[in-house]
Design a protein. Structure first.
Ligand SMILES: [Zn+2]
Ligand SMILES: [Zn+2]
Length: 361
């Protein structure tokens, strides 16, 4: 495979302003892999960091966002023998720094040297260049080979799956026979439904506001889908559980109402998992939380190498991420891709950008 000296890339040039430019193709270091990006999904984190730069984000005019991508190995560094040129790969976002206390024990998504590139920290698409480009450099530890039959669009969502699996691992994950309430019918909620069923949950409730996406949730395994515009989440769960509550609540909506409900609906000693990163302050009933001896878990990113587990589930055909990919756009139409994601146009769940394609749907 010949790698061109320059490539097309979406560069963040100012707040909420992205420009597709011709830039120098990056070169892999000794432990790196150069990936020819085939698919890069739009995420709400992209929207957030494009509006207000995150800590450690490179300056306007030099930063290429995009952290959920897949592609083909185009070149490898001189120490890399884990993958070869031509291999199909998915990635994880966080490399970490390898030297802080958290990274040393494997908590690399919560690196204490976040954004400090001179200490080696990397989180592609957040503090180092990402995948809204024709090529990107990844450290070999953030690269996972994928089987031929897994489509690149589906593989670009491995970070989402890794994040959900990390969440389940964090709270204990033993949910055979449990009732699980998932709040939010976005990508993380829809993946949570599948993982909960896969792990043996008795009943999975999915709460949301979009009828079409709730229906997708049903086809992916939700036992009950509930429109929260017609039902109060807490009242519904209490009615269903004789006033006791569910064993597990998973908050994946980021909404204030969702956060409030997530604390209320677990039974005493129940667990709450927060997925994604909600913005701003929310009124949460800590009295209810403490009186019920409930536990609250948070996760950031796709930690503890859960992307490897995610790729395994795709290989085994135990989860379906392709149902979440509703739109694709070529890189030249990245603005349309973002608008479709932000305004949730035409039932958008995940919108994928294709850096090497001229047209998209
Ligand atoms: Zn993301
Ligand atoms: Zn670190």
């Amino acid at each position: 495979m010949t790698v061109p000296k320059t490539m097309a890339a979406a560069v963040l040039v100012g707040p909420e302003t992205i420009e597709v430019r011709e830039v120098k193709t990056p070169a892999p270091g000794p432990e790196d892999v150069l990936i020819r990006v085939e698919s890069c999904a739009v995420c709400s984190s992209d929207v957030s960091l494009m509006k207000n730069p995150w800590p450690g984000q490179p300056p306007y005019g030099s930063f290429i966002p995009g952290h959920e991508y897949s592609g083909e190995v185009a070149a490898v560094g001189k120490t890399v023998d884990e993958v070869s040129i031509g291999d199909r790969v998915a990635v994880e976002v966080h490399f970490g720094c390898t030297r802080c206390d958290n990274c040393r024990v494997g908590h690399y998504t919560a690196c204490l040297n976040w954004g400090d590139e001179k200490k080696g920290h990397r989180a592609n698409g957040m503090t180092t260049n990402g995948g809204f480009a024709q090529y990107v450099v990844n450290h070999i530890s953030t690269v996972h080979r994928i089987p031929d039959r897994v489509h690149y669009d589906e593989a670009s969502l491995v970070t989402n799956l890794g994040c959900v699996l990390y969440g389940f691992e964090t709270f204990g994950g033993y949910i055979i026979g449990d009732r699980v309430a998932v709040i939010g019918e976005g990508p993380l909620g829809l993946i949570s439904v599948q993982v909960a069923k896969l792990l043996g949950a008795e009943t999975v409730y999915l709460f949301g506001i979009d009828e079409k996406k709730l229906q997708v949730g049903k086809t992916l395994g939700a036992d009950r889908i509930v429109d929260v515009r017609q039902n109060d989440t807490a009242e519904y769960i209490m009615r269903e559980t004789n006033g006791r509550g569910v064993e597990i609540a998973i908050e994946a909506s980021g909404s204030k109402a969702g956060l409030r409900a997530a604390v209320t609906i677990p039974r005493w000693m129940g667990k709450i998992l927060l997925l994604g990163i909600p913005e701003g302050l929310a009124d949460v009933d800590f009295h209810n939380l403490a009186r019920g001896n409930k536990s609250l878990y948070t996760v950031r990113g796709e930690g503890w190498t859960n992307c490897r587990r995610g790729v395994s589930l795709l290989r085994q055909k135990r989860v379906d991420l392709s149902a979440l990919v509703t739109h694709t756009f070529p890189l030249s139409r990245i603005d349309d891709a973002f608008r479709t994601h932000i305004e949730k146009l035409d039932g958008a769940i995940k919108v994928v950008v294709k850096p090497h394609e001229k047209t998209g749907v």
